[in-house]
Design a protein around this ligand. Sequence first.
Ligand SMILES: [Zn+2]
Ligand SMILES: [Zn+2]
Length: 130
Amino acid sequence: MNSTICPKCRGRLEQVIWAGIEVDRCLNCKGIWFDSLEAEQLKGIQGSESLDIGDQEIGSQLDQFKGDIRCPRCQAKMTRIVDIDQHCIWYEICPKCQGVWLDAGEFTKFKDNFKPKGVVERFRQVFRQT
Ligand SMILES: [Zn+2]
Ligand SMILES: [Zn+2]
């Protein structure tokens, strides 16, 4: 796995280890590849958004990418899905190995989506009590 290619821009992916979890990040567009469930795991760890060093502008351009996106692990054609909680995030998932590709800036949004919800819930509870 030392010459993995970015499914979006064909740049080279570098291995990054964060909190013992290994992800692959594109040297060019800074998109991030997560093996099955890694994105979910990392989402719950404080500070993990520091992995997402890319420019959101580039990320959103690549988010419009048309054409086939092949899984960098198993070459299967990836499926584009929309985040059920936050409709502005589209990402790609591999139907075979369940790996996930997030463009630059998407992981940060993915995480943001996690926190505010708790705050809103608490706010609602307070509201109900008064
Ligand atoms: Zn790339
Ligand atoms: Zn795959």
